[in-house]
Write a protein that binds this ligand. Structure first.
Ligand SMILES: Nc1ccn([C@@H]2O[C@H](COP(=O)(O)OP(=O)(O)OP(=O)(O)O)[C@@H](O)[C@H]2O)c(=O)n1
Ligand SMILES: C[C@](O)(CO)[C@H](O)COP(=O)(O)O
Length: 226
């Protein structure tokens, strides 16, 4: 029997680097909020996601309900309040899934609206096999590390840029999120890696994270091209 699939879309941030005066997950791309693009992609029927948790800042619930009404959204999902860090937001999303006995859970940034069904499927499938799987791409630029003297070159053939989705066997992710939060955690793979090796799957350069204003221009151009 196939394993149940769950999703946590984290959209509990405030978007300080975007500087838009409101959370970037609600900014529009081709007339639709960023987060709605993301939700549509994850809840495509072929992916068979059984339960989707959307994590939002508590003070943005009403805005999201209004956006869903305006865009006639009937995609089933549960809204959960975020925390002060991405880690805390994921933990809150996981709490909603605590009654589930088994399955694979994807954690995905609500601000990665261009994720493809192929990348989502490949990441779930790899986690079903390996326990922990993360989408990643090779760097296109040369990379240097800072040192006291200045900087030195890193071998980019041994580096990968990590994206989301990040998919895990549900019990594994629940165990990992019982560990204390560390300020160095910027993603779920970092939270899990002491418990389980992280399998990397091919991500997609188009799966960009909307972080700063130029990302909106790029994302709209990429959406138009699809
Ligand atoms: N407390 C937080 C912080 C971040 N996120 C989510 O994690 C994803 C990746 O985070 P990032 O791009 O850093 O978003 P923000 O924290 O909103 O941006 P910034 O760091 O510029 O403030 C986003 O979908 C964001 O909403 C979250 O759910 N809860
Ligand atoms: C999870 C992530 O998108 C993987 O690249 C990234 O680590 C989020 O980092 P941010 O500093 O919260 O944007």
């Amino acid at each position: 029997m196939p394993l149940s699939r769950f999703a946590i879309l984290v959209a509990g941030g405030t978007g300080t680097r975007m500087g838009a005066g409101r959370p970037k997950q609600f900014l529009e791309l081709l007339g639709e909020p960023v987060l709605l693009h993301t939700l549509r992609r994850f809840m495509e029927p072929a992916l068979s996601v059984q339960d989707c948790v959307v994590v939002l800042p508590q003070d943005q619930f009403t805005i999201w309900h209004e956006l869903c009404a305006r865009h006639s959204v009937s995609i089933p999902h549960t809204i959960v309040a975020g925390g002060h860090s991405r880690w805390a937001s994921v933990r809150n999303g996981l709490a909603h899934l605590q009654a589930q006995k088994a399955g694979v859970v994807a954690v995905h940034d609500g601000v990665r609206p261009l994720v493809s069904a192929a990348v989502i499927e490949a990441t779930y499938a790899a986690a079903e096999l390996h326990g922990a799987a993360v989408a990643a791409v090779p760097p296109k630029d040369s990379v240097r590390s800072l040192s006291q003297q200045g900087s030195y070159a890193l071998d980019r053939t041994r580096l990968r840029l990590v994206q989301t989705p990040q998919c895990f066997e549900l019990g594994l992710l629940q165990r990992a999120y019982q560990l204390p939060e560390l300020s160095t955690f910027t993603d779920d793979a970092s939270v899990v890696e002491d418990l389980q090796p992280i399998h990397l799957v091919n991500g997609d350069y188009r799966n960009l994270k909307i972080t700063t204003p130029e990302d909106l221009i790029l994302a709209e151009a990429l959406l138009r091209a699809q």
